[in-house]
Design a protein around this ligand. Structure first.
Ligand SMILES: [Zn+2]
Length: 69
């Protein structure tokens, strides 16, 4: 099914068995579990609503996003 690519915001494809998420518009390609964490991480970055959640599960991760490109 189609889901939003968290990297380029275009359509990515979620495998029927939820095993992977792949985007045809960029090189986004990871497991669904990683995708969920990736999206959650971005939402934390862009919103302070979950501000008190940061730091509890992830340390200093700035710069790690380079890996996704
Ligand atoms: Zn993409």
């Amino acid at each position: 099914m189609k889901i939003k690519c968290p990297s380029c915001k275009k359509d990515a494809e979620l495998a029927m068995d939820f095993s992977s998420v792949k985007c045809g518009s960029c090189d986004f390609d990871m497991s669904y579990g990683e995708y969920v964490k990736f999206v959650a991480h971005n939402e934390i970055k862009y919103s302070d609503i979950l501000g008190d959640y940061t730091g509890s599960t992830e340390g200093h991760t700035s710069g790690s996003l380079d890996e996704w490109d």
